[in-house]
Design a binder for this molecule. Sequence first.
Ligand SMILES: Nc1ncnc2c1ncn2[C@@H]1O[C@H](COP(=O)(O)OP(=O)(O)O)[C@@H](O)[C@H]1O
Ligand SMILES: [Mg+2]
Length: 362
Amino acid sequence: MYLQKLDVHGLRNLKQIQLSLSPGANLLYGSNGSGKTSVLEALYLLGRGRSFRTRTLSPVINHDADNCTVFGLLHKEGKEIPLGVSRSRQGDFLFKVDGEPVTSASSLAEAMPLLILNSDSFHLLDGGPQFRRQFVDWGVFHVEHNYRNTWQRFRRALKQRNSLLRRDRIDEALLGVWDAEFVSLAEQINHYREQYLADLMPRISEVLSELSPLEGFEFKHYAGWDNTKNLSDVLLADRQRDLQGKTTHHGPHRADLRVRFNKQPANDLLSRGQIKVLVTAMQVAQGYLYHEKTGCQCLYLLDDLPSELDIEHRRKVGGLLYRLGAQAFITGVVREDLRSSWPEEDKTIRMFHVEHGRIAQE
Ligand SMILES: Nc1ncnc2c1ncn2[C@@H]1O[C@H](COP(=O)(O)OP(=O)(O)O)[C@@H](O)[C@H]1O
Ligand SMILES: [Mg+2]
């Protein structure tokens, strides 16, 4: 799967661009503020319905425009599928997949799975557990079709349970009903995650061993409760704490993927460059596993790949993505730093020069 065409209107300084894309590497170079990250933002908007830079869309829309529109032509399993996203300053949105309007961004994600590596990816190590849950859930969502539904039902049960905990008088019977639902869905979610991680963790180790000579990494999944015990017993034992805090302290919404290096939290020991290598390995491993499980490819967005990575590591990352065969959008300031990141032999590569919101293909 890859994107053949990308049209962007009114997104940041990209007033109007039209790109014809390579199914492999698309390398975008240009000086600071030229619009490189904005191209990735446009792609992200197409695959997720939102920005990775801001919560609200208003700052993303070009100063002189009322809305921004991104259109893409996807090549998937021999078919051409148009995708479109339009968002206005007033908050209106229109998402279309194959000519049909869709109401949720997860339909876009299903049509065009994408993985991103940018400065926020450091949060995979230095951020809270939610970043690592998102990382794991990206994979589970894309390979396990029941996951979205199970997760939505779980969120509902969690919300109900928390609202019961907030009441002045506890309704034991009702709490019992929601607890049963909560526990059953929590166990399903944990099962899906553990199954997925059993496949993912060895892939991460493989990719990491190609990228880094360091040994001694350890990944450990925490279910969100001590899962040597029954979750219902854990809930019962912690009922008082839940009532005092008016929230549910145990469950898959509290899960984590703990990353250690030489028995200590990896973030405490590694340099920025080493962390970038580690998070890159994690994301590349996801793409490999996704391909293995589904036969499809996801798109990679790599913002400023050269920063913090030396030439040797850049080449290794480029080589891994080239071998995977995934479409990649890679940005950087210096043309040569980008070109040298991707295997010389690849003839399908496209270079784009970004300048003041305009893009010229070489
Ligand atoms: N809403 C907007 N309308 C117009 N220009 C914008 C808007 N938001 C940001 N910009 C400008 O768009 C440019 C795009 O920046 P960016 O894509 O981050 O550049 P790069 O990644 O190449 O450094 C910047 O020069 C910024 O000032
Ligand atoms: Mg940028």
